[in-house]
Design a protein around this ligand. Sequence first.
Ligand code: ADP
Ligand code: MG
Length: 365
Amino acid sequence: EGRETRLRVVLRVRPLTCTETRRGDQQVVHSLGDGAVHVSAARHDATFGFSAVFDAGASQEAVFEGSGMRQLVELAIDGFSCTVFAFGQTGSGKTYTLMGPLAQSDTQPASPALLGLMQRSFTCLLEQSRSRGSDLALSASYLEIYNEQIRDLLSPGPPGALPLRWSKSRGFYVENQLRVEFESLEAIVSLLLQGSRRRRTSAHALNRHSSRSHALLTIHVRGRAVSAHPAAGKGWGLRAQRGGAKSPMAGACPSKQGTLCFVDLAGSERVKETGSSGELSVEANSINRSLLALGHCISLLAKPRGKRTHIPYRDSKLTRLLARSLGGSGITLMVACISPSSRCLSETLSTLHYASRARRVTTRP
Ligand code: ADP
Ligand code: MG
């Protein structure tokens, strides 16, 4: 607590899709083991290092266990603000990693082996909450940022834009955002599905909308101060905070309030502005704006603390909402997603550079 800790950045390389295989795309990304990945193509030859690399053969479970996601859940229970964000071009596997193929089809439930980081985290959260014997109050909020407007994905009414405010005690927060309490896995999974459906049905073309909006699902964990799990904090070099019975404040302990936020970012590919008009160009501009702002903040944050200049969080709604996760008191896991295909080479290299830079960013949880 209070010590500087780095963002944890892991890489997931999805398998070649059937279409890519059929048309004979070359595989240009190879995992070297030990967190290293090699990109080799005609004029490119580069190696990148991450906390972990998951290649095409990695199961959803392996990603959950190997990324540090389990520890992040434990840290959220201990009162930290935890964030995991998936980043990469459209079709690189962000939604698959977070939610599994379930997000693609509403009618057929996905096989348990394919469930993504979100459902696995919910299970872990509910299990931990039961096994610690602490009564945690769990609630969820779900919003998207589309064309620089914040929309509540859980609110049943017509989607209106919600205001984003700042206060000294809370930092940036969304006003009037709906928070729904839940106690079971079924309940939270159903909220996730409802929200994701809302995100999709409002689109003219299904995939286009989801690759143009950022979705943030936040689980709020509120509990009485109980002693922390000894394993919490492993992997970030943090020692779990102890409170509860041993604390001199026992009995009068303020309740711990942690959060666990899952961010499915819009596709990072450069939106071609030529030829797009009207609505499309508004979309293009706002995505470019928020992802550019995010990239800009990450570059500045990656500099040593002493050499940092002002961080322009206010440049976009996305960076305002992620300010704490990136430069404040949050604990953050970034899952960079890439395709191994030769056709995606330039986007892949750009994701790898972006992700490498993010590894130098530190926060003070
Ligand atoms: P994104 O959200 O980044 O646009 P998706 O998660 O929708 O990308 O993935 C694009 C396609 O690739 C989907 O059909 C998805 O099922 C498939 N896919 C992605 N990652 C994997 C993986 N690790 N294993 C198998 N299929 C995957
Ligand atoms: Mg997606």
